[in-house]
Design a protein around this ligand. Structure first.
Ligand code: HEM
Length: 450
């Protein structure tokens, strides 16, 4: 047995470049590499990026073991800790007892009853977006779907978190800062030797600058809140959280970190999923008509409220199918902190895992016509529930899943009732693994009013 074998346990090793391993492939197609490595080797296999080894996983049962049945043997990997330079110590960058306490403190802000205002504020924001779409249409210009859904998503989160409408100027600056910071973090996480943060390299200066933009925006809002009448938003609920002894749960620093985290975690994920949905519908007029029929029968042209969302199964299925094929979070990373076994094989302590949501949700062994966009599969009961987890499962399940689904359903219902969509450029749009699984170019839409 070689040294590599004793570290790797019994899982196969994907062949890569002798020095760089799969660094080039990962840099070019981060969503595809773990999916292909996992799928090509029975669901679990090792690969290397420069000096770091990762276990690529597409096997749904092992993913469940890591996230649910043996979750205590795994925790979030170094990439999440590195992101504290931007997010601070928020829900997305921590784990263990600190994270658990925070999660319990923040959870009340995301219970369905606390999100009553989300439906009216999402329809307000969507109405404003559709007014700008009408401008595009009258000028004979195509609608840039990604830019528009990003602005919508920021506007919805801004209203829900801070009772503020993030204006177009702010939206662009803030959105760019979120994107830049996550991009820089990703580069740091995969580089051979990241320079210490105190070194004034170009990358570090850029990282600090983007953090300063996010911090100043969020802190300004938290400070303004001292002098405002009570508002019914997520910030307010977080401010009101109290410990059993009556003391404040989240001080200003914690509020800043969690507010930044919620913006970062919820903005581009939702925007990208909605943009992919519009792309899928614009290329499938028959499906779009079927969807319109469902929406019209239930809503008669009105914006949905929380109750009517329950009566729109095809709308929910269309969003599920988008998130199956284009999961915004295409893989998640974990570190094994206590040796584990799976299928008779050893996962050594210290192993770094990439759980490929993308690979699992496109696994042809589990999904019929896995590569086809076929929302109807979600209408029956005969689909592999254990292999569908765009919001993951277990203790770190997305805290904003109900938020995101509500926002996307309302926006989609309003758009489809207002317009028939068509692609201005018929060339297929490809996927690009950035922070989220993004389209590789803008999606230009032509509108035909109903
Ligand atoms: C389509 C939209 C979304 C998708 C696909 C998505 C997906 C995910 C996934 C996969 C995770 C787990 C990350 C990990 O542990 O590695 C996660 C966590 C998280 N998400 Fe979302 N998310 C979405 C929208 C949102 C929204 C709208 C918010 C907030 C407004 C949000 C806030 C969070 C937070 C705070 C976490 C960390 C939860 C914890 O560990 O306690 N997400 N999300």
């Amino acid at each position: 047995m070689t040294v590599a074998d004793s570290v790797a346990g019994d899982f196969p090793q994907a062949r890569g470049h002798w020095l760089f391993g799969h660094a080039a492939q990962f840099a070019a197609r981060a969503h595809l590499l773990p999916a292909e490595v996992g799928a090509g080797h029975g669901g679990i296999a090792w690969f290397r990026i420069l000096h770091k080894r990762f276990l690529a996983v597409t096997d749904a049962s092992y993913i469940r073991q890591v996230l649910v049945t043996k979750h205590e043997k795994y925790e979030r990997s170094f990439q999440y800790r590195n992101s504290q330079v931007i997010n601070g110590r928020g829900l997305l960058s921590t784990d263990g007892p600190f994270w658990l306490k925070r999660r319990r403190q923040i959870l009340p802000a995301f219970r369905p009853d606390a999100l009553q205002r989300l439906a009216p504020s999402t329809s307000e924001a969507t109405e404003a977006m559709l007014a700008s779409w009408e401008g595009y249409r009258q000028r004979g210009e195509p609608v840039p779907a990604i830019a528009e859904t990003q602005h919508l998503s920021l506007s919805v989160i801004g209203r829900a978190l801070l009772s503020t409408d993030v204006g177009r100027g702010d939206s662009e600056r803030f959105g760019a800062a979120v994107r830049d910071s996550l991009h820089l973090l990703r580069r740091r996480n995969t580089s051979w030797m990241a320079p210490p943060l105190w070194l004034p390299t170009r990358g570090n200066r850029h990282l600090h600058m983007t953090r300063a933009i996010l911090d100043s925006y969020v802190t300004r809002h938290i400070a303004e809140r001292q002098h405002c009448p009570v508002r019914h938003d997520i910030l307010q609920t977080m401010r009101q959280a109290r410990e059993p002894d009556g003391s404040i749960s989240l001080d200003d620093g914690a509020l800043r970190d969690e507010t930044k985290t919620l913006f970062i975690a919820g903005f581009e994920t939702t925007a990208t999923a909605l943009a992919w949905t519009l792309y899928a519908l614009a290329g499938r007029p028959a499906l779009a008509e079927e969807l319109h029929d469902e929406l019209h029968a239930v809503l008669r042209g009105a914006a949905p409220d929380l109750d009517s969302l329950k009566r729109l199964p095809l709308t929910a299925a269309v969003l599920n199918e988008t998130m199956r094929l284009y999961p915004s979070v295409y893989h998640i990373s974990r570190e094994c902190i206590e040796e584990d076994m799976y299928d008779g094989r050893r996962i050594p302590r210290g192993s770094l895992l990439l759980l490929s949501i993308f690979g699992m949700q496109r696994d042809p062994a589990l999904w019929t016509d896995a590569e086809d966009f076929r929302p109807q599969r979600f209408l029956g009961s005969d689909w592999p529930r254990h292999a569908f987890m765009p919001f993951i499962i277990g203790k770190h399940t997305c805290i904003g899943n109900h938020f995101a689904l509500t926002e996307m359903m309302i926006a989609l219902a309003m758009i489809v009732q207002r317009y028939r969509l068509a692609l201005a450029d018929p060339r297929p749009v490809g996927m690009q693994a950035r922070i989220t699984l993004a389209p590789d170019r803008e999606i230009a839409l032509r509108l035909d009013p109903r």
